[in-house]
Structures are given as structure tokens and as C-alpha cells.
Write a protein that binds this ligand. Sequence first.
Ligand SMILES: Nc1nc2c(ncn2[C@@H]2O[C@H](COP(=O)(O)OP(=O)(O)OP(=O)(O)O)[C@@H](O)[C@H]2O)c(=O)[nH]1
Ligand SMILES: [Mg+2]
Ligand SMILES: [Zn+2]
Length: 368
Amino acid sequence: MSAPAWAERLRALGLSPAHEAAILHHMASIAPDLPPGPLAPARVVEVRRGDVLVHDGGGDVAAAVAPALRDALCAAGDALAVGDWVLVRRDAHGDQRAWARVPPLNRLVRRAAEGIARHAIVANVDTAFLVNGLDHDFNLRRLERYLAFVRLAGVQAVVVLTKADLAADAPARAAEVRSRLRPGEDVVVVNALDPLAGAALRPWLAAGRTVVLLGSSGVGKSTLTNALTGLAGSAAAQATGPVRKGDGRGRHTTTARTLHLTPLGACLIDTPGLRTLRLDADATALRSAYGDIETLAAACRFRDCRHDGEPGCAVRAALAPDRLRDVQRLLREARRETWTALDRRAQLQQMKARSRAARAHLAAKGRE
Ligand SMILES: Nc1nc2c(ncn2[C@@H]2O[C@H](COP(=O)(O)OP(=O)(O)OP(=O)(O)O)[C@@H](O)[C@H]2O)c(=O)[nH]1
Ligand SMILES: [Mg+2]
Ligand SMILES: [Zn+2]
């Protein structure tokens, strides 16, 4: 079958053969439920309060989200995210409207700081640049959390250490990071202000790829975005802001996630600095994200070894103590979250049973 007409137009927006197949499949599956008329795929480049900005291969267009789609997503505790593929159609007034979301191939989802709500940060990404400043920002424990976050979603991690111009110990830091990486992951040191910064990141920016920039405020995500889009200094550049004197923290300059095209062909998603990152994973999922530790654990003397000082522990023998400590911390947190969820369910069951008993009691009384 020849490629549909829209496919060529959307290549610059990160359309891969897998996305194309998912779009075609979804188009066919929803067609019977919609009023007739042509549907066109487009990619969400920004989610705004009342609508979404989509790119249809020709340019950015505002699109209202059809109420049926909004309600269906909302009922599932879900919402559109930057990077989603949607199916749009013009209404009678010529306005674009998003009718459906193509099921995403992957999503980076985090839990809200409190409670059980989940938020998709982005969808359909190949690589995450985990941006860390080599100034005050550098923190291996936090990096371990970001690594777990992207591995859980099946997204490739590339650690980008910025502000190389401000640090004397960049090679040593890069080596520390490397000791925590798995095959297929990488670490790159850059000065994001250098127009040549893009050269080091080229391997991940080929046409058809989508890369998201993640990291604390002030580490240089928007500065890098401008270097990679070639828009640094122009009116279309992303705003960047100075960091605080003293502790070097950023001021949350970027406030929305936005998708940008780059001359190399990849799409780049700039994001606001994350304050906290709560993983959306139970202990089992998290353990499988650390496959190397799982493999080692098979050689521990005790089958239920917690790698916490037990004799004959193969994990402690092989892993750097600080990496093991950081991973253990994440696992403990995931176990706690899992338990709270189970507890909540058990409590709910108990309450339901009690109210059933009370109703039965009342009914019996009424019959007396
Ligand atoms: N010296 C130096 N400064 C940098 C580098 N990268 C970024 N900066 C500066 O760091 C400050 C923050 O950069 P931004 O790009 O706004 O940081 P951000 O990660 O986008 O921050 P938020 O949007 O707040 O999340 C700006 O003053 C940049 O000029 C770098 O590699 N070297
Ligand atoms: Mg920014
Ligand atoms: Zn062990």
C-alpha cells in the first residue's frame, strides 16, 4: 500500500512508520462512530487552557478538543499531552477540532505531589535528555530517579551535563554518571551557550526522532533548545532566565511544554523545570527497570535478600554503595506507595461491607 498523502508532510514532525501504522489503524477503528468527512492527523505541540495547538505539517493551528474526546479522556483520568497524535477535522465554521487521540506508543507519566492523580508530561518520545548543570545542580541521587522515570516508560536516557564552562571537574562528574548508566544510554558534556553545543547531541537528533528535555529549573533546557533549533537570539527563541546568585537555582522561566522542529529533522520538546518527580510505578515494575540488579540478586545467598547487609549478598558485592543506596531508596518508596494503594482498597472494601451490613440490618428491622 502506498503511504497516505499526509505521511510525507508529517515526517518533519517525528512521524515514524510505527506512528503511521497506529494512526491508520485508529482512523479505521473510529470512522464508523463519527459523522462522515475527512480526518487528518496532526501532532499536539502545546496544550493550553481552552484548546491545543497542533501542527498538521503545514504549520501551527489552534484546535478545540471535541467535548466527546475531552469527556472520554477525563473519565479515564487522562488528558492530551504534547507529542500526542490527534485526528482533526474542520467544522462548519472552518475551525479545527480534535476528534480523537491515537493511542500513544509511550508516555512519561508522573504522580501528582499529593494523592493518586497521574499526569502525562509528554507522549511518543524516543529519547529524554536528562539535563543537569555542572554547577550547584549536580546531584546523583536525583539523577537516579530521573533515570528510573524514563526507563519505566521505555524511553532512551541521555544525560546532558551543561555549564561545562563553569566546572573544572566535568570529566570526573561524567565518569560518575557513566557508572550508573545501562547499555544504550549515554552522557554528554556541553556548554549550552556555545553555538556548537548541538554537534555533540547530533546522534540523537535524526529525522523522525522526538527528544524531550527534562531537568530542574535553570539547568539550560531552553538555552539548549535554542541552540538546537538554531533560533538562539531570534524573536522566535525560547525565553531563558538567569539563575539565582548564591545557590544557582532557576526561576521557572519556562511555563509550558512545547514541541519544536530542528534543522536536523528531530522534534524537541522543551519543558518547565520539574520541582518534584514522583514515579508512577509499583515495586515490581521498578525492579524490572533495574534488570542488572535483578540478575545479580539471583546469586544472593538468601532468596529474599534485601541487599541490606545480609551475608553472601551478590548485589552489595557488585554495586557501588552510593548507587545501591539510591536505588534502594526508590524501591522503598515504590513499596510504600504500593502498600498505601492496597491499604486504601482494603479500607474501601471494609467500608462497603459495613454499609451493606447496615442496610441489611435496617431492611430486616423494617420487616419485623
Ligand atoms: N555558563 C553557562 N550558562 C548556561 C549554560 N546553559 C544555560 N546557561 C544559563 O543558565 C540560565 C538558565 O538557563 P535556561 O535555559 O533558562 O534554563 P531552563 O532549564 O530552561 O530553566 P527553566 O525554564 O526555568 O526550567 C541562563 O542564564 C542561561 O544563559 C551553560 O552551558 N553555561
Ligand atoms: Mg526553560
Ligand atoms: Zn543481596
